[in-house]
Design a protein around this ligand. Structure first.
Ligand code: SF4
Length: 272
């Protein structure tokens, strides 16, 4: 079985959700609007950078591309969790992200682009026991020979540096790039927190990468030995689309279907 950062993270956050999503392969139609906005932003960046081989898209054209993606892909299962927010609020938020990013990096010629949405395969110890896959948003080569691994984040919180220094995903991609291009020597991991127009960057030592390999191998062993996949309630449940299948949340979905009188006095709070 091949793993990914998302699979590992989902398991760590809630083993039951991991089972429902990746082992039972249940695919709920619901999608959080934050994830939807994130997809539209990522696709727009991919278009902007892939066009660079030929030309620089104008800001208006880039925003129009984002708008066309939004309209084409929007569906009635896109859910808003934040009370009082509208679809238009999120649409305009994405436009602002694009405008800020565009103005910050125009004319986008700082580096040479080596890959967009680049698929990476990671064989942790080179013996095919622990295989992982991932897609890096963008890989750059800087004028001084550094490989930069870029990741776009549309999150509404700017994490502390310690979070970037402990991040698994881009460090894993560094391992994948080293396997794909053994000539690559120096790396920088960069997160674009577009809601704040801020970059956060980090690097990894060989010892940290060895430690990462060991931690991932340990986690995969644990996942493969798990027979229970317990549900693990947390703040992330608000955005989970598996309530109907979850032993901790199923009853709330059932209550939502009852007429108001029957619900009265039975709900303990915390509904979506
Ligand atoms: S609702 Fe929460 S506890 Fe239930 S599967 Fe989703 S994340 Fe896990």
């Amino acid at each position: 079985m091949s793993y990914s950062h998302s699979k590992l993270e989902t398991y760590q956050n809630c083993p039951r959700k991991y089972k429902l999503c990746y082992l039972d392969r249940l695919r709920p139609e619901e999608e959080g609007i934050e994830a939807f906005l994130g997809s539209c932003f990522h696709e727009t960046m991919e278009k902007l950078y892939s066009e660079l081989r030929f030309r620089v898209m104008s800001l208006e054209e880039t925003k129009a591309y984002y708008e066309s993606l939004w309209k084409k892909n929007f569906h009635d299962k896109v859910k808003i969790v934040e009370e009082g927010r509208t679809v238009d609020d999120y649409f305009r938020l994405g436009l602002k992200f694009i405008e800020d990013y565009y103005k910050h990096y125009y004319p986008f010629n700082q580096n040479r682009i080596l890959g967009l949405e680049l698929e990476l395969e990671i064989d942790l110890y080179g013996d095919s026991r622990y295989l992982l896959k991932g897609f890096a948003d963008r890989i750059d080569l800087t004028p001084d020979g550094l490989i930069e691994i870029h990741d776009y984040k549309t999150a509404s919180q700017l994490p502390p540096q310690a979070t970037a220094d402990a991040d698994r995903q881009l460090a894993l991609y560094q391992l994948g790039i080293k396997q794909k291009w053994p000539w690559a020597e120096k790396f920088r991991l960069i997160w674009h927190y577009v809601a704040f127009d801020q970059e956060i960057s980090s690097t990894r030592t060989p010892e940290q990468l060895d430690q990462l390999r060991a931690e991932i191998a340990w986690l995969i062993d644990k996942m493969e030995a798990d027979l229970e996949f317990p549900a693990q309630e947390s703040g992330l449940c608000r955005w989970c689309a598996y309530w109907a299948y979850c032993p901790l949340k199923r009853h709330e979905v059932e209550l939502d279907k009852l007429p108001p009188k029957q619900i009265s006095g039975r709900r303990g709070g915390g509904s979506r």
